[in-house]
Design a protein around this ligand. Structure first.
Ligand code: K1U
Ligand code: ZN
Length: 187
């Protein structure tokens, strides 16, 4: 029998019995957040179950997006529910165009809770991806939607929003985060 990879096993665990479980969100310091994720080979019922669990987790955490590496799965998939409240799924996404016009927006991240910083990014993008039925689509986005898609797409490449801010601010956040995590662990 072919050996399954850790990701395939995790995907299976996420879909046990068809029951919707929310998932733990990985935090700054965990290796999976710094790993380039692999494309998803096919879109199956298991993928759709994972997508539902990711939406449930995102809603419970009051997020507007969530990428698979944030729930410990190193695959190229993310979900977004921005200000229009439309749930959108992006599998093997590619940002094929970005506007030359850029601007700041105060970003947060469920993997770096409690910290917010202005990040400068293109204001408009065009993205191509597969949806949860495995169909290819192209989307032009601006506003919060464009912002969140870029933030989530970064997660697939092991990039966090703190990598896109001033180095001193990043170092301060990392130090505060480590301190906060240590005190939460009772150290
Ligand atoms: O990837 C994530 O960690 C989710 C993240 C997405 C995101 C929010 C804001 C700008 C870019 C990307 C969050 O949802 S953080 C939650 C949050 O603080 C927030 C929610 C709605 C609007 C703005 C921030
Ligand atoms: Zn994030």
């Amino acid at each position: 029998m072919r050996k399954t990879t850790q990701d395939e096993q995790s995907l299976t665990r996420a879909a046990v019995n068809g029951t919707l479980y929310s998932m733990n969100v990985c935090k700054l310091g965990e290796e999976v957040l710094r790993t380039r994720a692999e494309p998803l080979a096919e879109v199956t019922d298991e993928t759709r179950q994972l997508v539902q669990q990711m939406f449930k987790t995102m809603d419970e955490e009051n997020g507007v997006g969530l990428a698979a590496p944030q729930v410990g799965l190193s695959v190229r998939l993310f979900v977004v529910k921005a200000d229009d409240e439309i749930p959108r799924v992006f599998i093997n996404p590619q940002i094929i165009q970005t506007s030359t016009e850029t601007g700041p927006y105060e970003e947060g991240c469920l993997s770096v809770p409690g910290f917010y910083e202005d990040v400068i990014r293109p204001l408009k993008i065009t993205v191509q991806a597969l949806n949860e039925r495995g169909r290819r689509f192209t989307l032009e986005a601006d506003g919060l939607l464009a912002r969140v898609i870029q933030h989530e797409n970064d997660h697939l490449d092991g990039i966090l929003f703190i990598d896109r801010i001033d180095a001193q601010k990043k170092a301060k956040i990392e130090a505060k985060f480590i301190k906060k995590a240590a005190s939460a662990a009772g150290n």
